[in-house]
Ligand binder design. Sequence first.
Ligand SMILES: Nc1nc2c(ncn2[C@@H]2O[C@H](COP(=O)(O)OP(=O)(O)OP(=O)(O)O)[C@@H](O)[C@H]2O)c(=O)[nH]1
Ligand SMILES: [Mg+2]
Length: 290
Amino acid sequence: MSADWDNVRSRWESIRQAVDGAYPAPGDGSSLGKGRVGLAKNPVAITGEAGAGKTVLYNALAQAIKTGDGDSTRSPDSEKHRTVFRSGSRRAQASVVVIPGQASQERELALSATMGGTASPQGIIHVVCWGHNRTWAASGRRAIEQTLRAQNPDFDEESVRAWHLRKEVEDFRDLCERITEQRAAKRLRWMLIAVTKCDLYWDRIDLARDHYIPGGAVPESEFCTLLRDLADETSIRLAVLPMSSRLIRHQFLPRLRPRLFQLDDEQLGILRSHFNSALGGLLAERGSEE
Ligand SMILES: Nc1nc2c(ncn2[C@@H]2O[C@H](COP(=O)(O)OP(=O)(O)OP(=O)(O)O)[C@@H](O)[C@H]2O)c(=O)[nH]1
Ligand SMILES: [Mg+2]
């Protein structure tokens, strides 16, 4: 099945206009709530690179973050949640597993356990952040700095972003190959690409859109090519949405200038409620409603 990229793009655009004040947000008060322990319905996996924003995205969807809460820390293990998703009057149960981003035995085990056999998710939220990943350990930050300095002594924020984007696309390639070649995730029906941390690059949001949605930039990004192939080779429903889970400044590397957030709480709420309602729509498809 090939996706209608014009449609994907126009959905993105309507959210951008809502954040910029042209249209109101869907006021249906969607949210994830704590679910009863019961049959695993609607298994959803949250995937993506280390420091991309998976844990914080889950918490934002579950409305577990309040302004002023402490920051997130690296997740060494999978995080499993059973939740009830509320979108207007609709309720859908979901069991969500957040796969840790850093390459490790735990990550590999979690990925193969989640993607294989009967445990296959019906939906994947794949989290990307246009190169604004958090590198948790000081040793990791030093390693990036050394690599970049060797390539160019005047490396800057853009070089750090490019470094992360390269890793991000390889991570996505791996996910796509598991789905198309290894025939993992047999029950997979949809994938939502969450382009998160938009608050850090709202001034260049169109460039981010073209990096992640096919049909915009020429030549196309490698990410777009992978997404296009996924749409052509499978019947998975694909969506690409801008998102922001919390407002917090970003440090690329210790000696570089930090990037400040460019949105306010109200705009964050608009992004969140559009994301929630799209997710609610995907979860509610085909008999998964309570
Ligand atoms: N500005 C901004 N920062 C964010 C956003 N989402 C996450 N962050 C920050 O990015 C860092 C990483 O977020 P996490 O959600 O912990 O990352 P993760 O993908 O779970 O990372 P691993 O646990 O290593 O796999 C944290 O410092 C967050 O506060 C966002 O929407 N905007
Ligand atoms: Mg995490």
